[in-house]
Design a protein around this ligand. Structure first.
Ligand SMILES: [Zn+2]
Length: 400
């Protein structure tokens, strides 16, 4: 079976960064199936992507002092006088969530409760950073899904939709709102709006996350797709019960409305600079980087937590021609940290690297043999983007 996801047939790269018009934009995860039609990042008449255009707008056209006043007003409304938790911060112990939790507590005198959805397999440095966050003054709830079910769903998501991280993403998306509902804390703060990286530019003008992103997952609906399979079929075929899916269950919209739960992005209120967040988190929370760079990219400070995350990016590379180095360098170009030429060179050097170092971990976690693994890769490799050279696959279109 071949896959091309109905992406634009002519591949174009942004004139200012390194992403292409094949980049999909974030969607409600349960709509994922093999027959997906992807919406992709918008490019303007000058061949510039929405993420680059937004990065210019945020440097020149947003009144950040005014935005901070909006933030203070919001926090003044929610701040607990008795010292109860008054904001939930979904946090991995990475630079962005550490920054958000720390400024809310130390600069704005809020009482954050951090909430973490466990990685598939913690890296040593990821675990250290998780405890660095806690030990620097934060209460935390760690949610860890049933390993047997999560491994099965990860395996099926890889084999059926080429998206091994789908179960993780669903869990990560619902855990903050679920804890907020349980503890009746009507405010959640995330770091950046994904529109920073190429969703619709207008999304950046709202401080609020679309409730569809956190309420879409009603596990009682047997027709709902998870890992590319109906929940009803999953139950029947693998002898699972509703309880096995409980960790993925989203809060429902009526409950959210009755608590008047609001999910805000800090990137609406603060000029968002990932590199600055990194310095901030290192200085104030003891954030550590890895000893070596993350597979598929040149940085030591992104994607630190989960040993398997490199496979999420590797599948993105097969499907859309864009891997982790592309995403990291596009961001650094927009932030003025590297030139476009440097970014292009980094993409050529690292983007297509196979995560060999983590390969056995992935096979062990999903109980897949090498042959099945490679067959699955071939199934999801986009034929519009890849061509077979004598003994390897090469991208047909490379950023120049
Ligand atoms: Zn761009």
């Amino acid at each position: 079976m071949s896959q091309n996801y109905n992406l634009p047939t002519e591949v174009k790269f942004c004139a200012e960064c390194v992403i292409s018009n094949q980049r999909p934009i974030t969607k409600v995860e349960t709509k994922h199936s093999n027959k997906d039609e992807k919406e992709t990042t918008f490019f303007d008449e000058n061949g510039v992507c929405d993420a680059c255009n937004w990065s210019k707008i945020k440097k020149t056209k947003i009144d950040w002092d005014k935005r901070e006043k909006e933030l203070i007003k919001l926090l003044d409304f929610h701040r607990s006088k008795k010292g109860n938790y008054d904001v939930v911060v979904p946090a991995s112990g990475g630079k962005d969530s550490m920054y958000v939790a720390h400024i809310l507590k130390e600069k704005y005198n809020m009482h954050p409760l951090t909430v973490t959805w466990s990685p598939h397999i913690y890296t040593n440095v990821g675990k250290k950073n998780f405890y660095n966050m806690i030990n620097n003054g934060f209460d935390n709830i760690l949610a860890t899904p049933n390993g047997k079910v999560h491994k099965l769903l990860t395996k099926l998501a890889f084999m059926n939709i080429g998206h091994p991280f789908q179960p993780f993403i669903i869990g990560q998306r619902v855990i903050g709102p679920k804890v907020a509902m349980e503890k009746k804390i009507p405010l959640i703060f995330y770091g950046e709006n994904v529109a920073e990286y190429g969703n619709r530019i207008e999304d950046n003008y709202s401080p609020l996350m679309d409730n569809n992103l956190i309420t879409a997952f009603n596990i009682d609906d047997d027709e709902l797709l998870l890992s590319g399979v109906n929940i009803g079929e999953l139950k029947e075929k693998y002898n699972l019960s509703n309880n096995d899916f409980e960790a993925y269950r989203s809060p429902n919209i009526d409950d959210i409305n009755s608590l008047d739960l609001q999910v805000h992005y800090m990137s609406y209120y603060k000029f968002w600079r990932p590199q600055e967040n990194f310095y901030y988190a290192s200085q104030h929370m003891g954030l550590e980087v890895a000893d070596e760079r993350t597979p598929g990219t040149y940085t030591k400070s992104n994607g630190l937590d989960d040993k398997l995350e490199c496979f999420h990016y590797y599948l993105m590379l097969l499907k859309f021609g864009l891997g982790r180095a592309n995403s990291d360098s596009a961001q650094e170009i927009r932030d003025g940290k590297i030139s476009r030429d440097e970014g292009v060179a980094l993409v050529h050097k690292y983007d297509t690297e196979f995560p060999e170092k983590r390969f056995q971990d992935f096979l062990d976690y999903t109980s897949i043999d090498k042959e099945t693994f490679h067959k699955t890769l071939d199934k999801f490799r986009n034929p519009n983007l890849w061509e077979k050279k004598s003994n390897f696959w090469d991208l047909k279109y490379k950023v120049k």
